[in-house]
Design a protein around this ligand. Structure first.
Ligand code: UD1
Length: 427
């Protein structure tokens, strides 16, 4: 199994290119199921999850072809052709490994009036139900049947009616699913308390490029007028604001300076404000955002929240950074109940963190020391990489497959800006 080996203590400096957003890619790919014409996605990141989603689309009868980019370039172009679907089922084996697979539910029912999707079960960061996905689909006319760990959703008469749904809790995935189902409904739909994440805006823009009629994009009330048919389109995946935020923390924790190219500061509001509050210099540039740290890091009080709040997907990376701040920080995780699995690993590197319920108190220490550590989920893994970059000595991060799900060629990007990092294969 592969692991990542880091010899810490190098200051990072230079330009670091940001890839297409994983979470946007994973909702744009299923959108291709809504039309029998090709959907071409540019700037798709090269990630295990994107490959996994491609396989799922293939199982449903869609073809995927990748063109254009050389192996040494980041990103790629994929054309998805869902001319005729041969299956409407997302099986347990795939959903279990990749939770985002449930995002085929909305488009499948929108396209053909039928979908069968395995219930995802738990995952490393807690119990992640899909009740809101189902309630929202029901509200726009789907009939649901549960059996043998699967949910079967059908549209009476082959087409959803449309309808109104107000989310009791903001959910990114459920908003995406109901949006994709509603665009081809017979009537109109209104989604209230919708998630406003930039990835949802990206999905809406792509759907509009495919002929969908959507109002209120980027707000918490999205109105959709159903259309008979969507057509093909070519669409470029937005840059990954979480990858960019992670590398911004890498600059901060190493006292370095990075220009993160290709990213938009507008999508990163809460992350950049938190960095500024921690004493990190942040400035938008023509090509992206420059982040520079030269003094001591200041402690922060942060609470995760739906967009435009501070992202739960940035919590672990900030925690790593704040282990070296000048004082005590307080982090509160409000989105997922079990998202502190990086804490014991960071403690093994010398961090001083106390968790009580949903709150973690991080007391800054003078330095971290390298250690063998184990990745537990995607963002937790990144927090260990960040700690390793700043630690004295050698850090070895195992279970690298978590990182490969969400960071395109991490070790290449980091070594190009001065990190001493490599992937080693233990056979
Ligand atoms: C997406 C992101 C993930 C990010 C999360 C929150 C993708 C592929 N993943 O996940 O990286 O951490 O948003 O920003 O885009 N909930 C329910 N019932 C449901 C659905 C959700 O109770 O049916 C709860 C969840 O348990 C959680 C909260 O709602 O507590 C938010 O989850 P949600 O926004 O749905 O996260 P995902 O879409 O799964």
């Amino acid at each position: 199994m592969d692991r990542i080996l880091i010899r810490g203590g190098q200051r990072l400096a230079g330009r670091l290119p940001i890839s297409g957003a994983k979470n946007a890619a994973l909702t744009l790919m299923p959108a291709a199921l809504l039309t029998d014409e090709p959907l071409t996605l540019r700037n798709l990141p090269r990630l295990a999850d994107v490959d996994g989603f491609g396989h799922l689309l293939n199982q449903l009868g869609a073809s995927t072809s990748v063109e254009g980019t050389r192996p040494d370039e980041f990103g790629r172009v994929m054309t998805i052709r869902a001319g005729r679907l041969t299956s409407t089922e997302a099986p347990y084996d795939i959903v279990r490994k990749m939770r985002a697979s449930i995002l085929v539910l909305g488009p499948l029912i929108g396209r053909g009036g039928e979908a069968r999707v395995s219930l995802p079960g738990g995952c490393a960061i807690g119990n992640r139900p899909i009740d809101l996905h189902l309630k929202a689909l029901e509200a726009i006319g789907a009939e649901l049947e549960m059996a043998a760990g699967y949910v079967r959703a059908t549209a009476p008469g082959g087409r959803l009616s449309g309808g109104r749904y107000r989310f009791p809790v903001v959910s990114v995935g459920a908003t995406e699913n109901v949006l994709m189902a509603a665009v081809t409904a017979r009537g109109g739909s209104c989604i209230e308390n919708a998630a406003r994440e930039p990835e949802i805006v990206d999905l809406c823009r792509c759907l509009v490029a495919m002929g969908a009629k959507i109002d209120g994009i980027g707000t918490d009330m999205i109105e959709i007028e159903g259309t008979d048919r969507l057509h093909g389109a070519t669409y470029s995946v937005m840059p990954d604001r979480i990858e960019a935020g992670s590398y911004a923390c890498a600059a901060a924790i190493t006292g370095g300076e990075l220009e993160l190219t290709g990213v938009s500061a507008d999508d990163m509001g809460a992350t950049l404000s938190a960095l500024t509050e921690a004493g990190v210099r942040v400035e938008p540039t023509r090509d992206g955002v420059r982040v520079a740290a030269d003094g001591p890091l200041r402690p922060l009080t942060l609470s995760t929240a739906p967009y435009p709040g501070f992202a739960t997907d940035m919590q672990a990376q900030f925690m790593a950074m704040l282990t070296l701040a000048d004082g005590a920080s307080v982090l509160t995780e409000t989105i997922f109940e079990n998202r502190y699995m990086h804490v014991p690993e960071l403690a093994r590197m010398g961090a001083d963190i106390t968790v009580s319920g949903r709150t973690a108190v991080v007391r800054g220490v003078a330095g971290l020391t390298g250690a063998p550590v184990m990745a537990t989920d995607l963002r937790a893994s990144m927090s260990l990489i960040l700690a390793g970059l700043a630690a004295q000595g050698e850090t070895s991060v195992t279970r690298v497959y978590h990182l490969d799900r969400g960071y395109e060629r991490l070790e290449e990007k980091l070594s190009a800006v001065g990190a001493d990092i490599e992937r080693v294969s233990d056979g």
